[in-house]
Design a protein around this ligand. Structure first.
Ligand SMILES: [Zn+2]
Length: 309
């Protein structure tokens, strides 16, 4: 009996059947078959991996195949040569497409979720499972280290020009919104309002939230062609109080970034031909009236007295 099986196994194997097929045919475990073949020293070497051409890049073995759809080269890579080989053959067997082709298939109707919606029950489930997660300090973005890292990476992509299309779209969209007047006001401070009222009380015609291109300015006095920007010490990181690397938590920007941003606005206002005065909170904290002294510089009607030399 034993001998009969042995003979049969050898016979089948020599005919070219593989171990798995023999296992199925004779209904004996594969291990058993391997044992027989090994004892006869006739086991075939599985050498399909030896025929492959491998590229070596760093620690990786790379095997190329062709995408069945677009005929582009697709890489299969692994640090382990055998795994790279196995994955390569599995992908060929499955007729796997390249990443681009398979993503394309998932657009629209090809997407498994196309036309489907989560049921209310599922929504509740998702909501429940997300509750309390990734909020507050559990959100990785609350960690300054990660935030700085993300910021750095984004900046890198931004500066490399990779996001140029995104930037253009965002910029155009925002400019459109601002020019259309959809955004009319901005956050204004008590002090700003105080200055506004002071100027009105002194007979000036003043416009608030005056728009120049895409920027909204605090105050504008048309008769003096003068823009007044009121800078809160904290919000604009008064250089008298903050160093360049101070991180403004509310704005999530460094003082230097805020100064650069403000400088850009200032330059823009001047480039449009307006007079400009920047008024710092700390300079006018005690005496708002001081602002009149500054404005008088522009008021020709006051400067009519001839200068004495
Ligand atoms: Zn493809």
């Amino acid at each position: 009996m034993q001998k009969n099986i042995k003979k049969k196994v050898i016979e089948l194997y020599k005919k070219g059947f593989g171990c798995v097929t023999i296992t199925k045919k004779l209904k004996i475990p594969k291990q058993h078959i391997l044992k027989i073949l090994n004892s006869e020293k006739i086991i075939r070497k599985r050498n399909r991996c030896d025929y492959l051409e491998y590229d070596k890049k760093d620690e990786y073995f790379i095997i190329n195949r062709v995408c069945p759809k677009c005929n582009d080269l697709v890489e299969t890579k692994s640090k382990n040569k055998t795994i790279a080989c196995r994955n390569h053959f599995t992908k060929i067997k499955k007729k796997s497409l390249c990443k681009r082709c398979s993503l394309k298939l998932q657009i629209g109707k090809g997407n498994p979720f196309y036309g489907k919606k989560h049921t209310n029950k599922t929504k509740q489930k998702i909501s429940k499972s997300r509750k309390g997660k990734a909020t507050g300090i559990n959100n990785s973005m609350s960690n300054l280290e990660f935030r700085t890292k993300a910021n750095k990476n984004l900046k890198k992509s931004w500066e490399s020009g990779k996001l140029e299309n995104t930037r253009k779209k965002m910029s155009e969209c925002m400019k459109k919104t601002l020019r259309s007047g959809k955004i009319k006001s901005k956050v204004s401070s008590k002090k700003e309002k105080e200055i506004y009222e002071l100027l009105i009380n002194h007979g000036y015609k003043v416009k608030r939230f005056f728009k120049i291109d895409t920027k909204i300015c605090d105050l504008y006095i048309p008769s003096l062609n003068l823009i007044i920007e009121y800078f809160g010490d904290y919000w604009h990181c008064n250089p008298k109080k903050y160093s360049y690397d101070y991180i403004n938590q509310k704005k999530q920007m460094t003082a230097k970034q805020i100064w650069d941003y403000d400088k850009h606005k200032v330059d823009l206002i001047i480039s449009y031909g307006y007079n400009l005065e920047v008024i710092w909170e700390s300079d006018f904290k005690t005496n708002t009236n001081k602002i009149l002294t500054i404005i008088n510089k522009y008021d020709k009607s006051i400067n009519t007295t001839p200068e004495r030399s």
